[in-house]
Design a protein around this ligand. Structure first.
Ligand code: ZN
Length: 408
């Protein structure tokens, strides 16, 4: 069973795996691998893909999950937004949806609207329920990956203990997994984004909150409770503002989208001169988008808010660099999408100034290009393996019963 899981884990890579790679990673002889692959081809779980000839010579045949095996649902539950995608087994997005998550509402209202959104996405994407193979859920709070329950969500405390896996599993009757949103985004970055060629890198999600996913030795490092990467709650300024977790001066309280919005609102209330007054006068909320628009127009307050956020992010990254010495740091999430160009210079300036030169000199800091659906896509990728496993078992059973009928 363990071998089957290991094998399927390798096959679940949507980019494809070669026979040589399989033999090397499973420590089996090429002939043994040949037999296993033949079986999987017969069962229709994988297909062969002949790569085009390149100037550098012939590349090996790639084995990829078959594209007609059914569909995966990836759901990303954030404090403000709910984003969901339907993909095939290769991570190809076939339909997507973005709506409000209603996470701050009571749990009954929130769960009803979540399930209504995923139901309607499946209908709009013309995915019949029986073709749905697995569900991956990305959640902004702390998640116990073993039980699929929410361990904590500082910004919406009433979610503590919510059995997310059970909620979706009961509704759709397919294997379901839940993980932290930064972990899901890191996973998407590894497969489709800038982490593709790096076995070690750190992904940092700068959104309403801040979290990180650590890829070490080619694997996502989850820690003993599954919540590794809580970079947002590392303390950067002990006398700083109170954080949603109860501590003071956490990175999240200094540099997240939520903290930037709070700072801007407090300054407006203090009558600081700023064009953000116009937003408030129009009765619109101050968002990271309005702050970055004001900063681009030269507003001093907006610029200072973004500079400070960049500074604290840079200091947190310097700590991370001294600790892990990673070759690559990828920044993503809502704030980077909206204000990445305004934040990145300050982040790099602060990180390079504070980190040890020997640790920092070979670290590259860059921004993700995967866009707002990254966490939902990562969540769907995460369940490719359990989906393949259930299809494999189904097909083995039906092959056995056909054989039994033939010999009867
Ligand atoms: Zn905190």
């Amino acid at each position: 069973m363990a071998r089957q899981q290991e094998l399927l884990a390798l096959f679940s890579d949507p980019r494809g795996t070669s026979r040589i790679d399989l033999a090397r990673r499973l420590g089996r002889s090429p002939s043994k691998i040949g037999g296993l692959v033949r079986r999987l081809l017969q069962l229709g779980l994988v297909t062969e893909e002949r790569p085009v000839e390149t100037a550098r010579g012939r590349r090996p045949i790639l084995l990829r999950p078959a594209s007609d095996l059914g569909f995966l649902l990836g759901v990303d539950i954030g404090l403000i937004n709910l984003r969901a995608v339907v993909t095939d087994m290769r991570g190809e997005v076939l339909g997507s949806k973005e709506t409000q998550s209603n996470a701050r509402a009571d749990l009954e209202t929130a769960s009803k609207s979540l399930l209504a959104a995923t139901d309607s996405l499946l209908i709009e994407s013309r995915v019949p329920r029986e073709k749905l193979r697995a569900i991956g859920i990305s959640h902004s709070g702390g998640i116990d990956p073993e039980t699929g329950k929410c361990l904590y969500w500082h910004s919406a405390r009433h979610w503590t203990g919510v059995p997310l896996r059970q909620m979706f599993g009961d509704r759709y009757g397919v294997p379901t997994r839940v993980d932290d949103s930064a972990h899901c985004m890191a996973f998407a970055e590894k497969v489709f984004g800038k982490g593709q060629d790096s076995s070690d890198f750190v992904f940092i999600n700068v959104g309403q909150g801040i979290g990180a996913g650590l890829f070490l030795g080619g694997r996502l490092y989850k820690g003993t409770s599954g919540v590794a990467g809580e970079l947002g709650h590392t303390i950067i300024k002990p006398d700083g503002p109170r954080c949603s977790c109860g501590n003071h001066g956490c990175l999240e309280a200094l540099a997240s989208g939520g903290s930037m919005m709070d700072t801007a609102l407090a300054a407006v209330k203090d009558n600081v001169t700023t064009v953000l007054w116009e937003t408030v006068d129009r009765g619109e909320p101050i968002t990271v988008q309005t702050i970055s628009r004001a900063a681009r127009a030269g507003d001093r307050l907006a610029r200072r808010i973004l500079e400070n956020a960049g500074l604290y992010l840079g200091l947190a990254i310097a700590n991370l660099v001294n600790l892990l010495n990673p070759p690559l740091i990828v920044l993503g999430g809502g704030c980077m999408e909206t204000a990445g160009d305004l934040l990145l210079d300050e982040i790099i300036r602060a990180a390079s100034g504070a980190a040890f030169e020997a640790a920092y000199s070979r670290t590259r800091i860059t921004t993700s290009e995967l866009g707002p659906m990254a966490a939902a896509r990562g969540a769907a990728l995460m369940v490719t393996q359990p989906a393949l496993e259930s299809i494999w078992n189904q097909r083995l059973r039906s092959a056995k019963s056909t054989r039994a009928q033939l010999t009867a």
